[in-house]
Design a protein around this ligand. Sequence first.
Ligand code: PLP
Length: 487
Amino acid sequence: MAELYKRLVEYENSDYYPFHMPGHKRNPESAEGILAGAYGIDLTEIDGFDNLHQAEGILKREQKRAAALYGAEKTYFLVNGSTCGILSAVSAVCGRGGRVLMARNCHKSVYHGAYLQELKITYLYPELWGKCKAAGEVKPESVERALKQLPDVEAVIITSPTYEGVVSDVKKIADIAHKYGKPLIVDEAHGGHFGFQKDYPENSIKLGADLVIHSLHKTLPSMTQTALLHVSGHLVDRGKLERFLRIFQTSSPSYVLMASMESCLDILEREGTERLARLKYIRDRMLEKVRENHFIRIEEKEGTDPCKVIIYAEKGTLAGQDLYQILKEKYHLQMEMAAGRYTLAILSMMDTQEGIERLEKALLEMDQWVKATDISKEKDGWIPPVIDGRNETVMSIFEAYESGQESVELREGCGRIAAEFINLYPPGIPLAAPGERLNEEIIGELLSYERMGIQIQGIERGCIRVIKDAQNAKAMKTAFSEIKNRS
Ligand SMILES: Cc1ncc(COP(=O)(O)O)c(C=O)c1O
């Protein structure tokens, strides 16, 4: 039995009476007995249970074990998700008001980190990938080009794998970043299972990244909110990183979550390779059968993450949302998400053969159904979101958030500066970020998504948030520059 969990259970069964937090006091009457098991081991940092923010005992040992498993110099347990690891990583390597080179398809936590540190952002635009036109890899050449032109960049940040499982050439990107003396942060939130079996991509810390973040809860047997932050190399100041972890992580880390991380590491260490190989085998068998389909297909590409299954309909006969709804309502299969053209299933080493076979059967049956109906005629109306650097950045996210804002009708937003993110979710890549000018093309695209009934974050009852007026925005920008020059 895992050491931390064992100690928690021993403590639960001891006669120690809790005159300390948490307030449920491990009393079975708390929550009316529901979740009694979890409440019983939900302790705080009492004697003998170490302190996450200054680990010297069991938590230090567990974090060391995680570092060894992933090949990192140091690893930190995160109980506030990858989000707090990303915020800490960005803050540790970028000085206030500095410049960051980041992929446009980064998760919102990277944007929030950029906001908090008042960063200037230069974007790396990922290639569009596959028939579904999802955001794909960031090319090493684009990183090299940007670093050559922008000596003030303080760090490079990419997301690999993407939500859809596409990986970038992290090794090459790390080599380039290091040639220019810059640290590379890889948001590998979806790749906690990487590097344990040869059919899956290698993990980014082993490929040379300086800071790597894994959401254990996304693809591994661990509870929601659990994640890891790994650090290696000489470009990251550990003291600064730990300071930011103390800022962004709760001061009351949950021992239930940490016991779950420990048990996840146990499973990974003991049987991760074998379980991942078995999963790949079952997935490949499903792919083989679905390959015979005429309409309902699974996107395939060498080198992508086998845990992601992208299901789409040939010729756009069914939109992502339709596929998602049919799988949910007719087959009781709950997908992770639906995007314009596809729906996405996440597999993990804890999937059962029976579960994957249910998906396979549904996809074969749906194909027969599409074939037998009128919808098999071509009708591809989906326009993939454009992520190509067409937006003019007028001010930083920080400056935009600190400026006066107002709401205007979407069609009146042309020429105005966005005051909030506007994105399709998923995938959540901003069509406009705060501080960017909304041109005719973007407004036209947003209007067409609205007409298609696609939900857009950042539009409420037909209105968007923009900087109050051009005069005000200009005045704010001048004021900010003056303050910056003075400091
Ligand atoms: C690419 C990516 N990075 C980071 C996160 C944040 O992870 P967490 O939910 O563990 O905070 C997510 C969440 O969906 C994500 O998709």
